[in-house]
Design a protein around this ligand. Sequence first.
Ligand SMILES: CC(C)(COP(=O)(O)OP(=O)(O)OC[C@H]1O[C@@H](n2cnc3c(N)ncnc32)[C@H](O)[C@@H]1OP(=O)(O)O)[C@@H](O)C(=O)NCCC(=O)NCCS
Length: 162
Amino acid sequence: MAGQQRELTLRFLAEPTDVNYGGKVHGGVVMKWIDQSGYAAAVGWSGRYAVTVAVGGIRFVAPVRISDLVAVSAKLIHTGTSSMHFAIDVRARDPMGGEWRLCTHCVIVFVALDGVEGRPVAVPPWELVSEEDRRMAEYAMRVMELSKGIEQTIADFQSPLA
Ligand SMILES: CC(C)(COP(=O)(O)OP(=O)(O)OC[C@H]1O[C@@H](n2cnc3c(N)ncnc32)[C@H](O)[C@@H]1OP(=O)(O)O)[C@@H](O)C(=O)NCCC(=O)NCCS
């Protein structure tokens, strides 16, 4: 497909309305940014509507301050049949200058659908070229296995006791 893009970065200012009770940006707001950047990258890659199926390994490493310049990057690191796995980095810095700080990292997985209420549909494969590509694909699969393991653990505990 023409115009496929592996990587995408959203840039904007953290707004006063994004504040949490401690004066920094709310974790839920950061998760919304992650979902938005992943969504834009997923529909751009697949040319399809896509939904979030899982988020793995999310870690809030450092706070984002109100009025920081924020960059949320989504990089495709693995494709399955219908799934697209993106490594997300949320970075922030003073808009007047200074170093970028890594604030949050995770892997988010989107599934392409054949319509808004549709079924999973195949996506163009991400072809691994470099050693770094292989390393990141391995990372995506490890995170997915861990995430599915958590799902199984939750399902086991949610089952009614015999
Ligand atoms: C996404 C959804 C359509 C998948 O339906 P499903 O019946 O589970 O479909 P499948 O079992 O075929 O799985 C589809 C893909 O999701 C992947 N997947 C499922 N659970 C996963 C997990 N925990 N981590 C990573 N990938 C996962 C599968 O591996 C499969 O990928 P593949 O096609 O590349 O092999 C369905 O779960 C759904 O509608 N979920 C809600 C999505 C949503 O509304 N998101 C917005 C947030 S509320």
